[in-house]
Design a protein around this ligand. Sequence first.
Ligand code: FES
Length: 160
Amino acid sequence: MSPTESLLTDDLRAAVRAHFPRYPTKQAVTLPALHLVNERLGYVPPQAVEEIAELLDLAPAQVQDTLSFYGFFKQDKPQGKTRMWICRSIACAACESEELLKYLCEKLGIEPGETTADGRITLEFAECLGACDHAPAILVGETLHKNMTKAKIEELLKTL
Ligand code: FES
């Protein structure tokens, strides 16, 4: 890709603009825009931040401020096709989520924060996923998996 080539395709820009009528200001579209870019690119590199800012008539620092507030967005490299978050907050920790995390790390051959060599899965920590009464919980993409066990993880990995 040449240095001047845009990361945001026309299609992606149109998807961001489609949010304008639904929000009171262009600035309010920052978070939806970050999600759209993240979905398409797998991350939000600095060039994309600049392009989003231009699209929203903002300074890049304003977009960067929003981005950096959330641990969800990454900037250094694309995330795996599937992102997997293991809850490590109190209820899940009491139900051995650390054990499940270790098990997953071994199975996938990666550490938390890393992506499998084939780009299939990124493994991450999460704070409370809101399913404390079904601990331990794991979020896979947008699907919450409750009362997880090693056996359930085995089954889950077969589907990814
Ligand atoms: S502590 Fe894990 S879901 Fe709440």
